[in-house]
Ligand binder design. Sequence first.
Ligand SMILES: NC(=O)c1ccc[n+]([C@@H]2O[C@H](COP(=O)([O-])OP(=O)(O)OC[C@H]3O[C@@H](n4cnc5c(N)ncnc54)[C@H](O)[C@@H]3O)[C@@H](O)[C@H]2O)c1
Ligand SMILES: CC(C)[C@H](C(=O)O)[C@@H](O)C(=O)O
Ligand SMILES: [Mg+2]
Length: 365
Amino acid sequence: MEKTITVLPGDGIGPEVMKGALRVLKAVEARYGHQFNVTEMPIGGKAIDETGFPLPSETLEQCKKSDAVLLGAVGGPKWDGMEKRPEQGLLQIRKELNVFANLRPVKAFAPLGDISPLKPELIENVDLIFVRELTGGLYFAQPKGRTGNEEAVDTLYYHRNEIERVVKKAFEIAASRSGKLTSVDKANVLESSKLWREVVNEMAKSFPEVEVEHMLVDNAAMQLVRNPVQFDVIVTENMFGDILSDEASMITGSLGMLASASVSEDGQGLYEPVHGSAPDIAGKNAANPLGMVLSTAMMLRHSFHMNDEADAIEMAVQEVLNANYRTRDIESKKGRISTTDEMVDQLIYRLDENAATTTLLEVYV
Ligand SMILES: NC(=O)c1ccc[n+]([C@@H]2O[C@H](COP(=O)([O-])OP(=O)(O)OC[C@H]3O[C@@H](n4cnc5c(N)ncnc54)[C@H](O)[C@@H]3O)[C@@H](O)[C@H]2O)c1
Ligand SMILES: CC(C)[C@H](C(=O)O)[C@@H](O)C(=O)O
Ligand SMILES: [Mg+2]
């Protein structure tokens, strides 16, 4: 199959983990006979340095005409305090591509049981997914900004349609999984949350097979560390989802493990790890590439319907962890610390092996 991918490495560890993802894609290409036409474009701080804009129009155009977009991370202290911020590029690309549903799966990896700050018995069997509203809410609504030296304003606005489309997506996902949906809001205080709850209750009538519960966001933050296995699908507002998903990353043991897919109604897909540009470890070949690599697997599965290929990457990740290869953030007492590149070497080695095994099995059958 031939596909075009726009690659936006961004800043900090973004380019380092993206290099790994592209090597993994090359391995998939070779083994499964695909052709991925990759075009790299600037976004974030790099784009500000090169063009003066965090999302240059050439980058946006290239993304719009691609089959999918892969993004590393943006931001860093270099651009702090500047009028244009790298993060504006990220928010703008999400808005322009209309990728309103941000899917952030959180699965406990058995070999990382001792890495998580949560007790092993609490995280065993955790397999949940956030459906985070991504193009509305506090991040985007007007008025927004400084209204003088002493005042600043952000607005939490939602139109019913914006809530409906993301909630529908969450119901569909819940129906395809265990049939349990938790909607997280702050309906005891916020008007936008009351509307959110109303929409969820209305939508529930079209999905009788899905059991719905409402949970206030402060309680949800607590429940995620008290008993995370109670959750399956969690749908929530943009900023609540941002905060809760970083919190939930500790179920895996590291923010560097989490992947995400952001999808639109017309099939656009933007794939990025949940973590940021990690300025504290950038340039050291120390970043965990697995969140980026797992985001690449999500791209293959969701945008290209390449399920075997995505399975093979996920299996390779499991095997690398089983074999105790670890970057510093998931350091194990049993093995030495690997660099970003070494982790990717191990993935590719196993991807080749997996492909070889699959071929052998097929021949044998
Ligand atoms: N999607 C994105 O592009 C994105 C997401 C979050 C933050 N950011 C930006 O990144 C910059 C830094 O933000 P921050 O420090 O609050 O969050 P961060 O996610 O960059 O880092 C938080 C902590 O997690 C660690 N970490 C993150 N990813 C890791 C990985 N792959 N491997 C190992 N350790 C990892 C970092 O070293 C750091 O200690 C800011 O400019 C922020 O706006 C961008
Ligand atoms: C960098 C920032 C704008 C972004 C967000 O808040 O959406 C990040 O934290 C994320 O989780 O993708
Ligand atoms: Mg975040």
